[in-house]
Design a protein around this ligand. Structure first.
Ligand code: GLN
Ligand code: ZN
Length: 759
C-alpha cells in the first residue's frame, strides 16, 4: 500500500468466528483423524467446507469485511507458533507437519505437550509457546496465504487475522533461559514485515493484527515497544491496511501509543472497555472498529443504546465500522439450533449468527439512517422491555432474604472453636480423602445415553447411579480411605448439574463453545434470580452415607465456579448474581447437615479464573468472591466441617483470598509444583487444614508409595501434622479405574507410613 492509497473503509465486521462447526463437525473429524479412521485429506476437506460455508454466511449476512485465518485445527496461538517457526525442539523430529502440530498440542507417548492455560479471562484455553535459546524464528505463512486465497476465490472480502507479535511473546513462556520472550520482539518484526508483504501481494486489502495483551497492565517499556513495532510495520510500503485489534478491556495508555503510529485502523472493545476516544485526537485520522456487540456473552444487543454509543464515537474518529467486541469464538453458532428455549428468554438472546445480524443492522442505521432499520430497533426495544419486566428477574422474597443474610458480614466462629467442635469426626492424623469424582465408567455413560434415548426411565437411571455409588463406597472402604465421597456419577458436569436444578438458569441443546482443542462445553445461561426449588444433592449423599460408618463428604460447586462456567447476567453486578447462587448453595449445606452429613465440600476451582486483567480491579473482585463463598458456607454449625478445593492455576495472586475463604480444609493442586503453594499459604497467614495434592491426576502415571510419602514429608516441613490432609490434586473422573485403584492404594499406604513415623 502506498500512503496515498485510501484503503476501502468497511462498515460491518466481526473480529473472529467460531470454528468447531455448527454441529461440532471439526471436533468429530479431528478426533476421527487421531483415531486413524480418516486421513489428512479427509480432515482437510471437512475443514475447508466449514470455512467456506461460514465465510459465505458472513458475506450473505451483509458483512463487508470478513475475518479469515480464524480457523484452527486446535488453537490459534499454536498456529502462530507454527507461523513464526516457534514450535519446541522436541517435536522437530516428527516429519509430517500435521502430526507435528498435534504432537505439540497433545504430546505423544514420549513427547510432553505444550502447557495449556486460559486465554485472558475467558474459558478458552490456548497452548503456551516455549521460547528459548533453541527458538530460531522463521516465517512459514503457507497456511495463512492458502486461507486467504481460498476466501478470495470465493469472492469473500477477506481480512486475514494474525496474532500480533507483542501478544504472542507476552503469552509465551521462557524455557531454558531467564530472558522473557518479549525481549525477542525485534526479531519478530522482519517476519511480520514479510508476512504483510505476502498478504498484500496475495490480494489482502486489510490485515487484522490482534493485540489483546495490551488491555492488561503493561509497563511503559512494553507499550513503547508495541508502538515501535507498529511504527515499523506501518512504515512499509508493500502492505495491506493494518487494523490492530484489542478486546476484553480498555487499552488505557496503549491507545494513544497505537494511535500515534501509522496504522490505519484500531478495533476497540466498547463492551468490556471504557477508553475515552475523544481524548485521543489521533483517532480522528483512524478507521475505528467499534465493538458494540458483545462478542463473548449471549445477550441481545440493545440497539438504541448501541446506536447512541456509535453516535458519540462518530465525531472523534476518522471513520467508523461496527463490530463485535471480540471474536465470536466464545459464543455458540446460532439460536436456531435451540428448539427448547421459552419464547421470552429466546427474545433476549443473540448467539453468533444473530450477533452478525445485529452488526449489520447497526451499520445500516449508521449509513442509511435509523428509519432503514426501524423494525429491528423496535424488536430490540420490546425484547429489552420484556427482559426488564420479567418477574423471573425480580424475586423480591428471595432478594429480601438475601439482604437479611448479608446484613451481617457472613462468616463462621473462629477456626479454633470450629476445630474443637469437629473432634467428633474422630479422624486420624493425616486423614486421607479424594476430591469428589471417581472414574466415569462405561456403565455410567451407557446409562446416561440410554436415558437420553428413552430406553430406560428415570427410576431405572437413578437405580443404576445408586449402584455406582454403592460400588464407589465399597471401593473406598476397601482402600482404607478416611473421608469418603459418593463419586459424583449422577453429574454430567459440576456446573451444569446444578444449573439444571436451580431456577434462573437455562441450559442449551446445542450451545457448544470451544474450551480447548476438540473439547467443547455448553455453558448454562444465568438469566434470572436464582432459587433452589428443592434440595439438589441430599438424596445422593445420604444414600452414600447410609452405606458406611465413615464420614461421607457432601459435594457442591461454589458460586464463583458456577458463574465462571456459565453465561452470566449483564443487567446486574456479577457480585449480586454470585450472592444469589451462594444463597442456594448455603441452603443446600444446611439441608445436608440436617440430614446427618458432617462434612460438606464446596469446590471453587475457578476462583482464579475470574480475576480481572487489571490489578486495579482485582481487590474488589476478590472481596466479593470471598464474601460469596462465605455466604455459601456460613449457614452451618461449627461442628460441620467445610472443605473447599482449588485447582487449575497459579495461586500466587489469590493466596490471600484463599485464606479469606476460611474453609476448615482446603485441598489444592500441588503435585507438579512440589508443595511450593504451602510456602505461599504460610506467608498469607493461612492456619486452617490443607491437603496439597500428592497425586497428579492429569497423568495416567501411578505414583509410588515412597514418592507420595516424600511429598508428605516435604509438606510436613511447612505444615504441622495436625493440619495436613492427604489427597489427590483433583477429581478422578477422567482417569481409569485400574490406575486410580493403584494410585489411591499407594496414597493410603504412604499416609500410614508417614503417620507411623510421627508417633
Ligand atoms: N469435585 C469435583 C470433582 O472431583 C472437582 C472438580 C474440579 O476441581 N474441577 O470432579
Ligand atoms: Zn480440581
Amino acid at each position: 500500500m502506498s500512503p496515498a492509497d485510501q484503503p476501502g473503509r468497511f462498515t460491518a465486521t466481526v473480529l473472529g468466528s467460531p470454528r468447531i462447526g455448527p454441529k461440532r463437525e471439526l471436533k468429530k473429524a479431528v478426533e476421527r483423524y487421531w483415531a486413524g479412521r480418516i486421513d489428512a485429506d479427509a480432515l482437510a476437506a471437512v475443514a475447508a467446507d466449514l470455512r467456506r460455508r461460514h465465510n459465505a454466511d458472513l458475506r450473505a449476512a451483509g458483512l463487508d469485511s470478513v475475518p479469515v485465518n480464524t480457523f484452527s485445527y486446535y488453537d490459534q496461538v499454536l498456529d502462530t507458533a507454527v507461523l513464526l517457526g516457534a514450535l519446541p525442539e522436541r517435536v522437530a523430529g516428527i516429519a509430517d507437519p500435521l502430526d507435528r502440530y498435534f504432537a505439540a498440542a497433545r504430546g505423544t507417548d514420549t513427547i510432553p505437550p505444550l502447557e495449556m492455560t486460559k486465554w485472558f479471562d475467558t474459558n478458552y484455553h490456548y497452548l503456551v509457546p516455549e521460547i528459548g535459546p533453541d527458538t530460531s524464528f522463521a516465517l512459514d505463512d503457507a497456511a495463512v496465504l492458502a486461507d486467504l486465497a481460498e476466501a478470495l476465490a470465493d469472492g469473500i472480502p477477506a481480512r486475514p487475522v494474525i496474532l500480533g507479535p507483542v501478544t504472542f511473546l507476552l503469552l509465551s513462556k521462557a524455557v531454558g533461559t531467564d530472558a522473557p520472550p518479549i525481549d525477542r520482539l525485534a526479531e519478530l518484526v522482519p517476519l511480520y514485515e514479510n508476512l504483510l508483504a505476502h498478504l498484500h501481494r496475495a490480494g489482502a486489502e486489510w490485515v487484522q493484527i490482534d493485540e489483546p495483551a495490551l488491555v492488561a497492565d503493561r509497563t511503559d517499556e512494553q507499550i513503547a515497544a508495541a508502538r515501535e513495532v507498529y511504527d515499523r510495520l506501518s512504515a512499509l510500503s508493500d502492505r495491506p491496511a493494518i487494523l490492530v485489534a484489542s478486546y476484553f478491556g480498555s487499552l488505557g495508555a496503549a491507545l494513544p501509543a497505537l494511535a500515534s503510529t501509522g496504522i490505519e485502523g484500531i478495533a476497540i472493545d466498547r463492551v468490556a472497555g471504557s477508553d475515552s476516544i475523544a481524548a485521543v485526537p489521533e483517532l480522528t485520522r483512524k478507521h475505528v472498529v467499534a465493538g458494540v456487540v458483545d462478542g463473548r456473552n449471549i445477550w441481545r444487543t440493545d440497539l438504541e443504546a448501541a446506536l447512541a454509543e456509535l453516535g458519540t464515537l462518530l465525531g472523534s474518529t476518522g471513520s467508523l465500522a461496527v463490530s463485535t467486541s471480540s471474536s465470536l469464538l466464545h459464543v455458540p453458532y446460532t439460536l436456531d439450533a435451540e428448539p427448547d428455549l421459552d419464547d421470552s428468554l429466546r427474545s433476549w438472546l443473540a448467539f453468533g449468527s444473530e450477533k452478525v445480524t445485529e452488526v449489520v443492522t447497526l451499520a445500516t442505521a449508521l449509513s442509511g439512517g435509523v428509519e432503514a432499520v426501524s423494525g429491528a430497533i423496535e424488536q430490540s426495544r420490546q425484547a429489552a422491555a420484556s427482559r426488564r419486566e420479567d418477574p423471573r428477574l425480580h424475586d423480591s422474597a428471595l432478594r429480601g432474604r438475601l439482604d437479611s443474610v448479608l446484613s451481617t458480614e457472613p462468616g463462621r466462629s473462629p477456626a479454633t472453636e470450629r476445630r474443637a467442635a469437629q473432634t467428633g469426626l474422630a479422624l486420624p492424623p493425616l486423614p486421607t480423602t479424594t476430591i469428589g469424582s471417581f472414574p466415569q465408567t462405561g456403565q455410567i455413560r451407557t446409562a446416561r445415553a440410554a436415558l437420553r434415548r428413552g430406553e430406560i426411565d428415570t427410576a431405572e437411571y437413578l437405580e443404576r447411579m445408586r449402584t455406582e455409588i454403592a460400588e464407589v463406597i465399597a471401593f473406598q472402604e476397601g482402600l482404607g480411605l478416611d473421608v469418603l465421597v459418593h463419586g459424583e456419577p449422577e453429574r454430567n458436569d459440576m456446573v451444569q448439574y446444578f444449573a439444571e436444578l436451580l431456577d434462573g438458569f437455562a441450559t442449551t441443546a446445542n450451545g457448544w463453545v470451544q474450551s480447548y482443542g476438540t473439547r467443547c462445553v455448553r455453558p448454562p445461561i444465568l438469566y434470572g434470580d436464582v432459587r433452589r426449588p428443592q434440595p439438589m444433592t441430599v438424596d445422593w449423599i445420604t444414600y452414600a452415607q447410609s452405606l458406611t460408618a465413615k464420614p461421607v463428604k457432601g459435594m457442591l460447586t461454589g458460586p464463583i465456579t458456577i458463574l465462571a462456567w456459565s453465561f452470566v447476567r449483564d443487567d446486574q453486578p456479577l457480585a449480586d448474581s454470585a450472592n444469589q447462587v451462594a444463597l442456594a448453595i448455603r441452603d443446600e449445606t444446611v439441608d445436608l447437615q440436617a440430614a446427618g452429613i458432617r462434612i460438606v465440600q464446596v469446590d471453587e476451582p475457578a476462583l482464579r479464573e475470574l480475576l480481572p486483567l487489571r490489578a486495579a480491579d482485582q481487590p474488589a473482585y476478590l472481596d466479593w468472591a470471598v464474601r460469596a463463598f462465605r455466604v455459601a458456607t456460613s449457614g452451618v454449625a461449627d461442628s460441620t466441617q467445610i472443605h473447599t478445593h482449588l485447582c487449575y492455576s497459579e495461586f500466587g495472586e489469590v493466596i490471600d483470598a484463599i485464606a479469606g475463604l476460611d474453609a476448615d480444609v482446603t485441598s489444592i493442586e500441588a503435585a507438579r509444583s512440589h508443595m511450593e503453594v504451602l510456602d505461599d499459604l504460610n506467608a498469607a497467614g493461612f492456619a486452617n487444614d490443607v491437603g496439597p495434592g500428592v497425586y497428579d491426576i492429569h497423568s495416567p502415571r501411578v505414583p509410588g508409595v515412597e514418592e507420595v510419602a516424600e511429598s508428605l514429608r516435604l509438606a510436613l516441613g511447612q505444615v504441622p501434622s495436625e493440619r495436613l490432609w492427604v489427597n489427590p490434586d483433583c477429581g478422578l473422573k477422567t482417569r481409569g479405574t485400574a490406575e486410580v485403584e493403584a494410585s489411591l492404594r499407594n496414597l493410603v499406604a504412604a499416609a500410614h507410613k508417614v503417620r507411623a513415623d510421627l508417633s
